[in-house]
Design a protein around this ligand. Sequence first.
Ligand SMILES: [Ca+2]
Ligand SMILES: [Ca+2]
Ligand SMILES: [Ca+2]
Length: 192
Amino acid sequence: MGNSSGSTLEELQACESHQWYKKFMTECPSGLLTFYEFKQFFGLRNLSDTSNAYVETMFTTFDMNDDGFIDFMEYVAALSLVLKGGVQQKLRWYFKLYDIDGSGCIDREELLLIIKSIRAINGNPCEMSAEDFANMVFDKIDINGDGELSYEEFMEGVQKDETLLKTLTESLDLTHIVQKIKGDLGEFSKEI
Ligand SMILES: [Ca+2]
Ligand SMILES: [Ca+2]
Ligand SMILES: [Ca+2]
């Protein structure tokens, strides 16, 4: 199609999707990724129990039809969210991920667990303890002070605060994982 703006980006994405597809089909010929394969796929090994639980939650949010597998469409949806999703779209996903028990609110324990798991996965040294960080988040965005973050509080509060937005969205570190995969894909395309 013509040279309308964005076509280069679209081409790039199409090309990327093609590579992602190859990687998926090579590593997962059955077309259905189990939790175990998911971890292998993203190079997540030797996880602590906390991190494992976190990655499992991540897996569950990607498994949209709840059949226990990530199929190619779910995989593509997850990737496009990670690679191209807007802030709102991503935050909505994070909220679902952070609300571990699915109660519709994020309580302090859920947030703490998430922060701890993220840190365990990323292995970044942090100045602030996970507890202090969780308290800071609640001080800032638990507007009605009920000790839970509603969807509205989360969406508004996080978007208004650059530090939180950066920490809570970058910290999930799918970007980091995706960078890693992109690295692998680089090698991968050389092999072909
Ligand atoms: Ca599924
Ligand atoms: Ca909850
Ligand atoms: Ca609240």
